[in-house]
Design a protein around this ligand. Structure first.
Ligand code: EPU
Length: 423
């Protein structure tokens, strides 16, 4: 079991280059199976989910390896089409393999995908959209099979809600489908536009990604490419919220204001100074102001993944803040850890209410999920004394080495196996 040890009370200072975004890399790795030529994804960091994806690609018969440049994927001539239970259930992103394997093998069998326990995480839109394109769905208990003996067909399809993953699945399916596809009511997150840019670089014909309507003209085949995925805006938000929680000044050298406006606007409202040049700098000096009531939402709304991170900074703000998560039921499982550190927090349904306290103190807490675990680390940076964050394996799913980055910024953070780190 991984365990973080944080000694709080040190302001942060320094500059960071953000790695490519996990939520871009994971669909890109799956989409590489659609490509006839080799794919290089540059600078991909070794998050646990990227490692699981490479293991999955290899089990399916593709070549996938890390090099100093990034990750190379070479889709095999002959691919397996059954996703093994242990890999499929290790991450939500196993759902991205449905459309590529349908195209490549005409059939795919997959146990239900795993991922952070944030409440029910349905995949009905992925399945409905693929069925409309001609795939036949059948279930055996919790394992699904999709079969498409003939090439998938283009459709005019409206998503019942702007799911990021379903938009990405259907865009992959449409890229090689027979005829044109119009996807309406889609997600507009930057990672969706990144996947379209990647597929277009491989020869696809996709327009409108980043807007609510995507138009795709299906092509016969895709080639390979050399692609650098966009910088990770959620790691960016984590580090600037760390500066807000601990005090100090953090610069994101390749931070993109357009991708992070939601959290930066709120940090400004809280009294942080936010500067933009060719990167982004956030500085906190003094007590933060509360934000009142805010809700998460689909892009360009406040990103759900950033809600616990911002909450960590608000624990010592001078007043009351409420954050409502509109996407996931159990977004604030980290509240128990915040409370153990002396925070005044209450969860009611999807809503977290925070009454700022003067200070937090170190405690032994458990990471409930990826972003909740990162949020506990941020709270610990601003707390007095030592905090131990147990079950921290979740954190490695999305942060290649958070402890190292935080140490480079002046924090006292270590990661150990639990037996060594316990006090
Ligand atoms: N939903 C459905 N049916 C579907 C798909 C989604 O009802 O077919 C619902 C889900 O149950 C959920 C909501 O729609 O309540 C949002 O799901 P969405 O499909 O938009 O999210 P996702 O694709 O599963 C991605 C990110 C998440 C991020 C969300 C929202 C990846 C690999 N994951 O998930 O990232 O929270 O979008 O922005 O891209 C994380 O990085 O920690 C993380 C959880």
């Amino acid at each position: 079991m991984e365990l973080y040890r944080i000694e709080g009370g040190r302001p942060l200072g320094g500059s960071v280059v953000l790695p490519p975004a996990k939520n871009s890399v994971l669909p890109l790795l799956a989409a590489s199976l659609l490509c006839g030529g080799p794919v290089l994804l540059r600078n991909v960091p070794r998050t646990a989910d990227a490692e699981t994806s490479l293991a999955l690609l290899r089990v399916l018969g593709a070549g996938a390896e890390w090099t100093t440049e990034g990750v190379w994927v070479k889709s095999g001539e002959k691919l397996e089409n059954q996703l093994p239970q242990e890999l499929a259930s290790a991450m939500r992103s196993s759902v991205f393999y449905l459309a590529p394997l349908l195209h490549r093998t005409g059939r795919v069998t997959m146990p239900l995908p795993g991922g952070c326990r944030l409440g029910p995480r349905l995949i009905d839109i992925h399945l409905d959209g693929l069925s409309r394109m001609g795939a036949r769905l059948s279930w055996q208990q919790r394992t699904l099979t999709l079969a498409a003996p003939r090439r998938l067909c283009g459709v005019d399809y409206t998503l019942r809600m702007p799911s990021v993953g379903a938009t990405e699945s259907l865009m992959m399916a449409a890229a090689l489908a027979r005829g044109g596809t119009i996807l309406r009511g889609v997600a507009c997150e930057p990672e969706v536009a990144d996947l379209a840019a990647f597929l277009n670089a491989c020869g696809a014909d996709i327009h409108g990604a980043g807007t609510p309507t995507i138009r795709v003209r299906g092509v016969e085949e895709l080639g390979g490419t050399d692609f650098t995925p966009l910088p990770d805006r959620i790691i960016g938000a984590t580090l600037v919220c760390a500066a807000a929680a601990a005090g100090g000044r953090v610069r994101l050298e390749n931070g993109r204001m357009g991708d992070m406006r939601d959290s930066l606007t709120l940090l400004r409202r809280m009294g942080c100074a936010v500067f933009e040049d060719d990167g982004i700098t956030v500085e906190r000096d003094g007590i933060l102001r509360p934000v009142g009531m805010v809700s998460t939402g689909a892009w360009p709304g406040f990103a759900t993944d950033c809600a616990p991170l911002l909450a960590a900074a608000l624990l010592t703000a001078g007043g009351e803040s409420t954050i409502r998560d509109t996407l996931f039921e159990k977004r604030f499982a980290c509240a128990a850890g915040f409370a153990a550190m002396g925070a005044n927090v209450a969860v009611e349904g999807r809503q977290l209410t925070i009454r700022g306290v003067e200070k937090l103190r170190g405690a032994r807490v458990k990471a409930p999920d990826l972003r909740g675990g990162a949020a506990l680390i941020l709270a610990a940076l601003g707390a007095e004394g030592v905090t131990l964050v147990e079950d921290a394996g979740h954190i490695r799913r999305g942060y290649p080495s958070l402890e190292k980055v935080l140490c480079e910024l002046g924090a006292a953070a270590k990661k150990n196996e639990a037996a060594e780190g316990a006090e």
